[in-house]
Design a binder for this molecule. Sequence first.
Ligand SMILES: Nc1ncnc2c1ncn2[C@@H]1O[C@H](COP(=O)(O)OP(=O)(O)O)[C@@H](O)[C@H]1O
Ligand SMILES: [Mg+2]
Length: 295
Amino acid sequence: MNKSKVPVTNINLPDLPLFKTGKVRSVFDFGDQLLLVASDRVSAFDFILDQGIPHKAEVLTSISEFWFDKFNDSVAHHLISTDVKDFPEAAQKYADILEGRTMLVKKTELIPFECVVRGYIIGSGWKDYQKTGQVCGHQLPESLQLAAKLEEPLFTPATKRDDHDENVSVAYMRDKLGQELTDKLQALSLDIYSRARDFADNKGIIIADTKFEFGLLDGEIILIDEVLTPDSSRFWSKAEYREGISPPSFDKQIVRDYLSATGWDKLTPPPPALTPEIIRTTSQSYLDIQKLLTH
Ligand SMILES: Nc1ncnc2c1ncn2[C@@H]1O[C@H](COP(=O)(O)OP(=O)(O)O)[C@@H](O)[C@H]1O
Ligand SMILES: [Mg+2]
């Protein structure tokens, strides 16, 4: 099998200084810089699955780089390079592992909120709407259908936690971060979303919702983490979209649907193993969205 097709679920770089291990990435500390190394791990229902998805890391990394480049002139972001040649000396011997899945970035002080923007009502937004008629404190019109397009995109923050994220109101975020920072994050998130949405629209893609993370560096707000990838966003095909159904998305939805269909309770570990067919179609779906967006 071609090396690049073998999924990497464990990033093992023994002598590099580990900063943190996330659900998907291992992060290494080089003083004022970080190496963000994406694995091919996939998480679903807050579990990290044993099996990886071939090509997932390279898709996430190249799509993030694509957007950072696109917004380079107008948005301060953390990406320095994805080229191994630019990485710190100590990392050079791992070039084969790092290639294609790694971003050298500026280290920032993480702002502990997920800056979510929703253009459509789906996922946890839909659940909240059904219960309360609201999403994160935004009152919505009555009798919206599943996956309906919202009149205006909404900023619907969530707290960033290790176990799982919780939707909060903008008022709560203001309370924690202050009015000025919250307002800036809201405006920036809505602006980036709107521009990406218009770009994707021309490619036949709907960005239903997305999540940004930001950090602070010398008092400046910096766009960090991964950006507008299938892990951080719901991408739908315009051709398949309609209200009242959950439109198929280019991400791990195939994995979630499969796990649900097995009858597993989504609580008791370990989650069922994925079949080769599910792994293959999920991998293809990641490659498809990369091609549609960036070519
Ligand atoms: N420039 C940065 N400075 C500080 N932390 C960052 C930066 N970019 C990303 N991170 C953090 O690195 C981690 C990336 O790993 P990931 O697997 O995506 O984690 P998570 O499980 O939180 O999604 C996240 O915790 C993210 O907040
Ligand atoms: Mg993440």
